[in-house]
Design a protein around this ligand. Structure first.
Ligand code: GLC
Ligand code: CA
Length: 625
């Protein structure tokens, strides 16, 4: 049993302890305590000695112990280092945010026909799998992550016939397609919720109803509970008020979900990206969240559903009843889950998920997404290296962008002159380290973040709620817009820049959200004509990865990882050895690594000399002596 008298060493040996502990450090913006924590003297300290750190109090540590005591018995078989070959480890995934990809009918909103029109573009890129963010029928409170009908396509996007046509075409071209699966919650306009609200006999327990709310906070601000007049009770919504959480403790609900999942699998889709899948199981009786932790995270209660008591039971059951029977890939979105707990979700013998997304690398200035102004590239490097520690029998995802976070390129860029160089460097990093690479639309042409000047330019519900909250705190308009620019998910949701035409060639109509500021310079049309463009570099690098399986299956060994301003790692497979060297800085410089016996295979610059140019990245091969 863990208590405040437990030693730090023992806490770190427990997977829950390890992950929560590092979450805490990251939350407090003391990620650089990593090394200190593994110091042998510190390891002998008792947990309670940590109360000397401001903002950690004994209640937080007691919560930590409680969580560890719940799960401390599970053991995983040790890593063997052996890697099974399987297609989804070799695949490169391309994420489409349908609303912003391509509008075919001039209403300013991307759609399925638009994706169909651009399928050859995707095929030419060389990627293997397309992941579609939600396209289901939805009132769009959270851009489709609030589903009204799982078996219908959002009418703005098209029809089920068009979807079937798209799927067919994708397969004809030798590509695969995975869908977003949002089963932690539905829309409040879903038929199940409408009936649940009326206390219907069948549906009354499909959602989470209580007579009194607890202190849990919603991810999108405010209480996580909303009073419903018709049922005269409160329902839980971890996200927006229009996204009530489903009650996974109800076996009837689970069965109905499995039926729906199988319905999609029987259509022939190739897998799922599972939305906030680690939130499914909530702590029994919905206890209040720890206040101190709530203050720190702004998410009171998160400890009671981020890794709930029956999460693995539910995932195993889901797997067994649905995708486990098909040759498909699954990737779980797992906010808050660290590297140790990830193993429990992805161990090949546990039959849960193939891979998960961890988010540790996205926030270098603590966990607060609104405070990521000067994102630190060293943090990205260290996070990538940490991900490499969880190799076989587990498998990683490698991504730097998605629809929920400002683009990494924009977070790192200090001088626009180097935008293309930085984009190519991130391409090499994304595609040469171990793990299945995910590329988010627009990343392959080096799209960056825009400047939002006025609140009327934002669309995202999380951003709009944050605006209200900051207003209430008394912040000035300018200050607020600045904060929103740094954290808003809208950064990544702008229309895809296809050409120099009006609205970036995305639509003939004013788009649903503003265009990129720089689409006249940065767009597909221009880059296709330029052999040295970011787009053509992506194509070369994607191809390069395919032709060199060592980049897929090879072991990663960091080189001189303590030296700042550079990132270097070996990949090793059998007798083969590659060396990747990256200049993380915006200046030309000497990187002191001996290149004896190495030949250069690819560089992010047309011409490479002894000195590394700004953000230059190269891949070398060890030549047989
Ligand atoms: C995931 C999605 C995000 C959405 C949330 C609620 O984090 O990626 O866009 O708002 O889940 O469904
Ligand atoms: Ca349209």
């Amino acid at each position: 049993m863990f208590s405040l008298d437990s030693k730090i060493k023992d806490v770190l040996n427990n997977p829950v302890g390890y992950d929560l502990f590092f979450s805490l450090l990251n939350e407090m913006q003391i990620a650089n305590y990593y090394d200190t924590i593994f110091n042998p003297v510190v390891q002998q300290l008792k947990l309670k000695s940590l109360v000397r750190i401001p903002s950690i109090d004994h209640t937080i540590l007691e919560t930590l112990c409680l969580k560890m005591n719940h799960y401390s018995n599970e053991k995983l078989e040790a890593a063997t280092g052996k890697v099974n070959k399987i297609w989804w480890k070799e695949a490169i995934v391309y994420q489409i945010y349908p609303r912003s990809f391509k509008d075919s009918n001039g209403d300013g909103i991307g759609d399925l026909k638009g994706i169909i029109q651009k399928l050859d573009y995707i095929k030419d890129l060389g990627v293997d799998v397309i992941w579609l963010s939600p396209i289901y029928d939805s009132p769009n409170d959270d851009n489709g992550y609030d589903i009204r009908n799982y078996k219908k396509i959002l009418s703005e996007f098209g029809t089920m016939d068009e979807f079937d046509y798209l799927l067919n075409l994708v397969h004809e071209k030798g590509l695969k397609l995975i869908m977003d699966l949002v089963i932690n919650h539905t829309s409040d306009e879903h038929q199940w919720f409408k009936l649940s609200r009326l206390n219907d006999e069948t549906y009354q327990d499909y959602y989470i109803w209580r007579d009194k709310p607890n202190n849990w906070k919603s991810m999108f601000g405010g209480s996580a509970w909303k009073y419903d007049e018709s049922r005269e009770a409160y329902y839980l919504h971890i996200f927006s008020q229009k996204q009530p959480d489903l009650n996974w403790d109800n076996p009837d609900l689970r069965k109905e979900i499995y039926e729906m999942v199988n319905w999609w699998l029987d259509k022939g889709i190739d897998g799922f990206r599972l939305d906030v899948i680690n939130f499914l199981s909530k702590e029994d009786n919905y206890p209040n969240g720890n206040e101190a932790l709530g203050k720190m995270t702004d998410l009171t209660g998160v400890e009671h559903y981020m890794y709930g008591p029956r999460i693995h039971e539910y995932l195993q059951e889901l797997n067994e009843n649905t995708f486990g029977k098909y040759d498909v890939m699954t990737v779980g979105e797992c906010p808050g889950i660290g590297l140790e707990l990830s193993k429990f979700f992805t161990h090949q013998d546990r039959n849960e998920l193939n891979m998960v997304f961890n988010f540790d690398h996205l926030y270098s200035n603590g966990r607060d997404k609104w405070l990521q102004k000067d994102y630190d590239i060293e943090f990205l490097k260290n996070s990538m290296f940490k991900y490499q520690n969880t190799s076989s029998p587990y498998w990683q995802t490698i991504f730097i962008n998605n629809h929920d976070t400002p683009r990494m390129l924009g977070k790192l860029l200090r001088n626009n002159k180097h935008q293309a160089a930085l984009a190519k460097m991130l391409c090499i990093m994304n595609l040469s380290i171990r793990g299945t690479p995910f590329i988010y639309q627009g990343q392959e042409i080096g799209m960056s973040n825009p400047e939002f000047k006025h609140i009327s330019q934002f669309r995202d519900i999380e951003t709009l709620n944050k605006y209200k909250e900051l207003k209430e705190e008394g912040k000035s308009e300018d200050e607020i817009i600045c904060i929103l620019n740094h954290g808003s998910r809208d950064n990544a949701r702008l229309p895809f820049s296809w050409s120099t035409k009006r609205n970036a060639g995305f639509s003939t109509h004013t788009p649903w959200i503003k265009n990129s500021d720089d689409y006249l310079e940065i767009n597909v049309e221009k880059q296709l004509l330029d052999n040295d463009s970011v787009l053509n570099f992506y194509k070369r690098m994607i191809n390069f990865r395919k032709e060199h399986p060592i980049l897929i299956y090879g072991k990663t060994v960091p080189v001189k990882s303590n030296v700042k301003g550079m990132m270097s790692y070996e990949r090793q497979l059998g007798k083969e050895q590659y060396l990747i060297v990256i200049n993380l800085e915006e200046k030309t410089k000497d990187i002191n690594l001996s290149m004896k016996n190495y030949e250069m295979l690819i560089s992010s610059y047309k011409v490479s000399n002894v000195l590394y140019k700004p953000y230059e990245a190269r891949i070398y091969r060890l030549v047989n002596k």
